[in-house]
Design a protein around this ligand. Structure first.
Ligand code: SF4
Length: 367
């Protein structure tokens, strides 16, 4: 049963009616929601949608983040992870070195490696293929969710292969899904200003389209909280909503709250809690064809993640073990979290924790 939402705003009432009748929200609706300060109404409405799609279930996974290299030819203004070759702290791990790292931190139950890294032009495409192969050979039961669409575009440039050929080469050695990074804000204007000198809007979408066509299910993100306008954010959501209509290949949308340590990005403060919650709720309302919206505790904190589970989010990500990219950018949150803490967090929000695999197949329900 839907609760009565007390609002006298006619545009808000119109949006409530649309959402309750399963009608799609427009650009104007999305921008209006961002301009509204009525977080409780927006959150309640998003909660209705989340409950309709997933009931009280909130998903998580036991996973581990891996970073083969931090050497990167790009210079995204918001990034504090990248290094030039030879810089202090720069590294490029061989497959064997990565296996040694994983063996040190691995525990039974980890079912996914989340693999991203810099665009290192000093090693050939074969390096990235061999890295995956080494991991898959050693840990055949663990799903390889590897590389962003921007990395796939980079591999295509250094190898001369098409996106399809790059993906096929990686799939042969075990690639099972793409990570969602590299989207940032899908706006050419934004990408120019933030020096996102990697895959552009069309290329980002084309990589995912190609992956979906090859049978991969993938993830997608939005890095918000710097120079972009609210309209840019809604247009971003509409870009991926359109592709989802076409392919139905995205598993989840992940809003990433910008971490502000790097002054080159022109960010002085973290996003407010209000802004983070509103973005999750509005994502849930705009992306009517996405099964899940993720609350990423690494960027918004554990407590806010818990509240987000009542405002549209149905995924609390995973255990991670040791996160590096957001922490290089100034994240103040833990680098990982235990399964027990994730279950506590989800239950504390009155939801049912469900351990999942990469593809949202249910492994265990913690009633
Ligand atoms: S965000 Fe990624 S592509 Fe951009 S500089 Fe950092 S590591 Fe390189």
């Amino acid at each position: 049963m839907n609760v009565v939402i007390p609002t006298e705003d006619t545009h808000m009432q119109h949006i409530i009616e649309k959402v309750r009748h399963g009608q799609r929200l427009t650009l104007e609706d999305g921008v209006f929601l961002y301009q509204s300060d009525d977080l409780l109404t927006i959150g309640q409405l998003a909660n209705e949608v989340a409950m309709r799609k997933n009931g009280k279930k909130v998903y998580f996974i036991e996973n581990m983040s891996l970073y083969f290299t931090n050497v990167c030819e790009a210079h995204c203004a918001f990034c504090n992870f990248r290094k030039d070759e030879g810089d202090e702290g720069s590294y490029t791990l061989s497959g064997q070195q990565m296996i040694e790292y994983v063996e040190k931190h691995f525990h039974a139950g980890i079912r996914e490696f989340h693999i991203v890294g810099g665009h290192n032009p000093n090693v050939p495409f074969q390096y990235y293929v061999d890295s995956l192969k080494a991991l898959k050979d050693r840990f055949p039961e663990v799903t390889l969710k590897a590389y962003t669409a921007a990395e796939i575009d980079f591999f295509s440039r250094i190898s001369g292969l098409t996106y399809r050929e790059v993906l096929q080469e990686l799939m042969k050695v075990g690639l099972q899904s793409l990570t969602g990074g590299g989207a940032e804000i899908l706006s050419d204007h934004y990408r120019k200003k933030m020096r996102v000198d990697k895959a552009d809007v069309t290329q980002y979408l084309q990589v995912h389209r190609t992956a979906h066509d090859l049978g991969l299910r993938t993830h997608t993100t939005m890095l918000y909280g710097s120079i972009e306008t609210k309209e840019d954010r809604i247009r971003h959501m509409m870009h991926i909503r359109e592709l989802q209509d076409e392919t139905n290949g995205f598993l989840v949308f992940i809003p990433l709250s910008m971490q502000p340590i790097n002054p080159r990005a022109g960010i002085r403060r973290r996003n407010s809690a209000f802004e983070d919650l509103k973005t999750i709720a509005i994502s849930r309302l705009m992306l009517d064809n996405f099964p899940h919206i993720k609350a990423y505790f690494i960027n918004i904190g554990v407590q806010l993640t818990q509240v987000a589970l009542t405002m549209g989010a149905s995924d609390a990500h995973g255990t991670i073990v040791k996160e590096k990219i957001s922490h290089a950018a100034g994240a103040l949150t833990p680098e990982g979290i235990t399964r027990e803490d994730l279950i506590w967090l989800i239950k504390g929000a009155g939801r049912i924790p469900v351990e999942r695999d990469t593809f949202y197949n249910e492994i265990k329900v913690y009633e």
